[in-house]
Design a protein around this ligand. Sequence first.
Ligand code: GA4
Length: 328
Amino acid sequence: MVVLSTPAMEQYSQIRSCKPATLFSGIPLIDLSKPDTKHLVKACQEFGFFKVINHGVPMEFISKLEAEAMKFFSSPLSEKEKAGPPAPFGYGNKNIGRNGDIGWVEYLLLTTNPEFNSQRFLSKFGQNPENLRASINDYISSVKKMACEVLELMADGLNIQPRNGFSKLLMDEQSDSVFRLNHYPPCPELQALNGRNMIGFGEHTDPQIISVLRSNNTSGLQISLRDGSWISVPPDQDSFFINVGDSLQVLTNGRFQSVRHRVLANSDKSRLSMVYFGGPPLNEKISPLPSIMKGEESLYKEFTWFEYKKSAYNAKLADYKLGHFEKI
Ligand code: GA4
């Protein structure tokens, strides 16, 4: 952390000297029209992260949601704040979670339950919530389908039977999945910061099973490699990026590892991302699937998704959250 020189940013503490990361061209690529499950398993083991093309999510759903989201984020702050605070769902600005994390970001945090989105939450939107609601629901149902397809390919690659071992957790009516629209406004003051960076969303792993991210063409997303170095992910608005979450790490007894990632603000372009976080029902036990355990011991204590979520939500973004749940 450094002393700030630009008055408007004086109280802003998220300035960091991050080593410049080059755009990385080695992100694993999975083509869903001809999936290679071996390559997929390797990507989840080595990176916990990969890019998906030929994903089957209609471009029309994506662009409609992007346009509606930009309309929302372009409205006056006083209007947006009517949809806040994000406790648990709604509009948030700079504050992330409840433990003092801050980022150069504003967002909408929503449950994926279409009924909730239609009644309680969207009633807080001033003008015309209908279009936003419809585009969120169309987008989520299509992305969830794709996430389940990816999880079934992972199960195939790991010889897990039945192949819906992971995906059934997202398909469950009680699935505790969330959806997030993140808007990272441009941060022109960055130019005065001599190459230092502004954190848009601080480093963390996602607690759920799988996260499916799509963004506009603005860079900012970085992932951490297993050696701890950071690489910048070249943006690609036509593809999706998938993160292995902490719960999938446990379900695979550590074969797959969740990916640490973060977003840096951009000085002149705004970034919009849409992220679906696929989670299990709250009462679901998160433990390695039996068909993966060929006589081996679980690396983790037994816990439910409710217990893990509670612990994760009481932590800071950057904390290593699985630590409490590992057998020593
Ligand atoms: C990270 C993944 C999702 O965005 C999220 C985040 C949640 C929040 O924004 O409230 C958390 C974060 C996320 C993990 C640690 C806690 C909770 C912020 C935070 C500091 C919605 C989620 O499920 O966990």
